[in-house]
Design a protein around this ligand. Structure first.
Ligand SMILES: *Cc1c(COP(=O)(O)O)cnc(C)c1O
Length: 395
């Protein structure tokens, strides 16, 4: 089904897409349906479309419609909600890969995606190659026509924030007979729409920006109406890693403020990246919004904003980085990202430990920020005071 809100701006659509007032009562918020099963009036005669909640649930359905409308405003698409981002990834990989197939993964991806591909799927006889997805010639060389079934990219990537040319990767992959999945967790559909750029399926960790409040774990796939979407829908039910109704309800609540949250995340992240780039005690800053960032020209074409994630390397090595992440007051030392509260972490020792043996291990002194919606000046001040402590110039 096409999104009836497609003609409106993003900030309107996040509030209304998939969130029509309840047909039965007029309630302006979609109700939370916890029932696991639905009465049949006669054998096989359902009152509506629901029969058993793994197969379908009205609250999950509302969230899935919102996802489809946001990622694919112009063309009919299916949204599918899962118990986690990795459950969504696993369902996608099991739907499109068979033993003997080949998977190409960009070399800077979420650590859990890398682990799933190189352990479970490698054990199952799927060959996996990691490539620098910013190098299109490298991608072209890695694709084995007819054998490579899937090219997986994450952009901006976690945690290095590299930007990959989605349309160019799609052209190369399709030429070689492979489909393209884009992990759109960092950008969200408000900043980037991979399906509109030709990707075959979008993956989300709903846990992050879509949920937005660090209070749920869920995942999603979105694919244009068609054969792939139908197979994913069958496997969502038969593999069974579905999102719980309450998590879908919370995620829908989160999505309503996605537009204004992303505006603030982007504005504060830009201010923080600019501040860090000017400091002599910072060796390197990665943020696609910085005009000096290698991904900037592409991000400007491909994205409507540069996101709320910033990575940087302080001078002084891993010890300074470790003291820094332990010295902030507003930024909380924790894994995950995309919530209203600012988080800080050391990926090499926390979220990305499993990337140590990968083609591109995360630098041990890399600090990753998830910039929240607190006051921008408070956040700038917090980083400045923590840097003073970390450098030993105070406290
Ligand atoms: C967190 C994350 C995932 C995995 O999602 P879960 O909800 O934790 O299973 C996948 N991709 C990216 C980019 C992530 O940040």
């Amino acid at each position: 089904m096409s999104d009836p809100w497609a003609e409106f701006a993003d900030d309107t659509r996040v509030v209304h897409t998939g969130q029509e007032p309840d047909a039965a009562t007029g309630a302006v918020v979609p109700p939370l349906h916890l029932a696991s099963t639905f009465r049949q009036d006669a054998v096989g005669t359902l009152r509506g479309e629901y029969e058993y909640a793994r197969s379908g649930n009205p609250t999950r359905n509302a969230f899935e419609q919102a996802l489809a409308g946001l990622e694919s405003p112009g063309a009919p698409a299916q949204g599918l909600a899962f118990a986690s981002g990795l459950a969504a990834t696993d369902t996608l990989l099991r739907t499109v890969l068979r033993p003997g197939d080949h998977l190409v993964v960009s070399d800077d991806v979420y650590g859990g995606t890398y682990r799933l591909a190189t352990t479970s799927y490698a054990d199952w006889g799927v060959a996996v190659d990691q490539v620098d997805a910013t190098d299109l010639a490298g991608i072209a060389a890695a694709i084995r026509p007819g054998v490579t079934k899937l090219v997986w990219v994450e952009t901006p990537s976690n945690p290095m924030l590299t930007v990959v040319d989605i349309a160019a990767v799609v052209a190369l992959a399709h030429e070689g007979g492979a489909i393209v999945a884009v992990d759109n967790t960092f950008a969200t559909p408000v900043l980037q729409r991979p399906l509109v750029l030709g990707a075959d399926v979008v993956v989300h960790s709903v846990t992050k920006y879509l949920g937005g409040h660090s209070d749920l774990v869920a995942g999603a796939l979105i694919a244009p109406d068609g054969e792939l979407a139908d197979r994913l829908r069958v496997n969502q039910n038969s593999l069974g890693a579905v999102a719980a109704p309450f998590d879908c309800w919370l995620a829908l609540r989160g999505v309503r403020t996605l537009g204004i949250r992303m505006q603030r995340h982007c504005a504060s992240a830009a201010a923080i990246a600019a501040m860090l780039a000017e400091r002599p005690d910072i060796a390197q800053v990665s943020y696609p919004g910085l005009t000096t960032d290698p991904g900037h020209p592409l991000a400007q074409r491909q994205m409507a904003g540069f996101g709320g994630m910033v990575s940087f390397r302080p001078e002084g090595g891993p010890e300074v980085a470790r003291r820094l992440v332990e010295s902030t007051r507003i930024f909380t030392l924790a894994e995950s990202l995309g919530g209203v509260e600012s988080l800080i972490e050391l990926p090499a020792a926390m979220t990305h430990m499993s990337s140590a043996e990968s083609a591109r291990p995360v630098p041990p002194d890399l600090v990753r920020l998830s910039v929240g919606v607190e006051d921008t000046d408070d956040l700038l001040g917090d980083l400045a005071q923590a840097l003073s402590i970390a450098r030993g110039t105070q406290g």
